[in-house]
Design a protein around this ligand. Structure first.
Ligand code: ADP
Ligand code: MG
Length: 405
């Protein structure tokens, strides 16, 4: 069946929201055009050997779609012959299509995806991006969300395009790996007391309990229990000291988090603003494992469009390249994320963005503008994607999440 309007006719009828909404979601989940789903439903309905149970059509709203020529007339004739109204028949047809095309289940990776969000420079937006990605990945796979993609129309013309896409439905753990614990505070959670069990203690071999007991859900009402946080502890700055003489110390983070991996589809590490040993453990954790798809895990570097970011970037890349060589591991870059971009700052911002783009490998995967909603959400200690789910910033973060999924 083609979708060209020429061999289709526009049909206007009524459909209750209780069917219209699931129809939109299900067709988006399955990547099927809505008009094709309706056409399939109507054809299946016409082929039925007996009438279906009556569907509640109270409060049905105007609904229009494009159907292959003749299908609607044929359906109407059949409905009349069966003593069913057009609106009732359409509702039954949509229900029939929904029943025969169940929602796909969320794909669970065999190897947990590990996204390492880093830069030793503070204040660039690591925590903001790590939190935003975690929220975006954890959104409901049974709901539609606006996603703002930038489309290259021509060499100098980028245009924003907003699409309604279903949430990804991943089970996500975001790890506060910074002794300043900003992520934990941003989510309105308590930081772990210095004398209690913590990630750092598990990394240096002084963990007492089960690390799974440290994990807590974030905004369960919004993310349906799919978003979890491993809260930070001030003792994280002792990791470097504690690991100084440890064996295979680069694997310390991996060893500590291993018991958690099977509970999640994705683990995001919000790195500290340092280049010490703890950063090495994060780089190591983000390496490509045997059998893993390139780019499923890796390192995302958050930068600003300003000159001081460039020096920090060089030092970080040096450390990553050293790890790659010395430890003989494959490390994928997820890309450069240019954050807090404000083109109105003029030449410094625009020329610096051009320089980031000129690096090409890793490439710039997102330019996230400077937006007040972002600061407001932090102030309110709420996840941005639940604080203002339809704001431009939330839509940008969803696009980034999909770009580096
Ligand atoms: N895109 C943005 N728009 C507006 N404010 C932002 C944006 N990204 C980050 N911020 C703000 O900048 C500050 C530093 O961000 P943060 O994520 O804590 O950086 P880092 O983790 O690199 O130290 C925070 O107050 C945060 O709310
Ligand atoms: Mg931070």
């Amino acid at each position: 069946m083609t979708s060209s309007p020429s061999d289709r006719e526009k049909v206007v009828s009524k459909l209750p929201a209780a069917l219209w909404q699931p129809l939109k979601v299900r067709t988006a989940q399955l990547g099927i055009a809505l008009q094709d789903a309706v056409a399939e439903g109507l054809s299946a309905w016409r082929n039925l050997g007996a009438n279906l149970q009556t569907v509640d059509t109270a409060g049905a709203d105007t609904f229009s779609t494009w159907l292959p020529q003749g299908l609607w007339d044929g359906f109407r004739a059949d409905a009349t012959a069966r003593g069913v109204s057009g609106i009732q028949g359409l509702a039954q047809s949509v229900q029939l299509w929904l029943d025969s095309n169940p929602a796909p289940s969320v794909e669970r990776p065999t190897i947990v995806r590990r996204k390492i969000i880093c830069n030793q420079k503070g204040g660039v937006g690591k925590t903001t991006i790590a939190a935003g990605l975690a929220e975006a990945y954890a959104e409901d796979s049974e709901k539609l969300y606006p996603v703002r993609h930038m489309k290259q129309m021509s060499e100098n013309n980028l245009e924003a395009e907003i699409q309604e896409l279903v949430g990804l439905g991943w089970r996500v753990l975001v790890v506060d790996f910074d002794p300043q614990c900003h992520l934990t505070k941003q989510f309105g959670q308590e930081i772990i007391p210095r004398n209690a069990d913590s990630l750092a203690k598990h990394m240096i071999g002084e963990g007492k309990g089960d690390i799974r007991d440290l994990v807590m859900p974030v905004a369960e009402g919004v993310f349906g229990g799919r978003l979890s946080l491993l809260p930070g502890c001030r003792d994280a700055f002792l990791i470097d000291l504690g690991l100084a003489r440890a064996r295979a110390r680069e694997a310390a983070l991996e060893r500590a988090l291993a018991p958690l991996e099977e509970d999640f589809d994705c683990i995001i590490i919000d790195c500290p603003p340092t280049l010490g040993l703890s950063m090495d453990t994060a780089i190591y954790y983000g390496r490509r494992r045997e059998g893993e798809r390139p780019g499923a895990s890796g390192i995302g570097i958050v930068v600003l469009a300003e000159d001081s970011s460039a020096d920090a970037y060089e030092l970080l890349v040096e450390q990553i390249e050293d790890a790659r060589r010395d430890l003989r591991i494959d490390i994928d870059y997820l890309g450069l994320i240019v954050n807090q971009y404000d083109g109105r700052r003029g030449y410094i911002a625009t020329s610096s963005l051009e320089e980031w783009k000129a690096i090409k490998d890793p490439r710039v995967v997102a330019v996230i503008p400077d937006r007040a909603q972002q600061r407001e959400a932090v102030r309110m200690k709420e996840p941005l994607l639940s604080y203002e789910p339809a704001c431009e910033q939330a839509m940008n973060i969803r696009a980034l999440a999909r770009e580096i999924a």
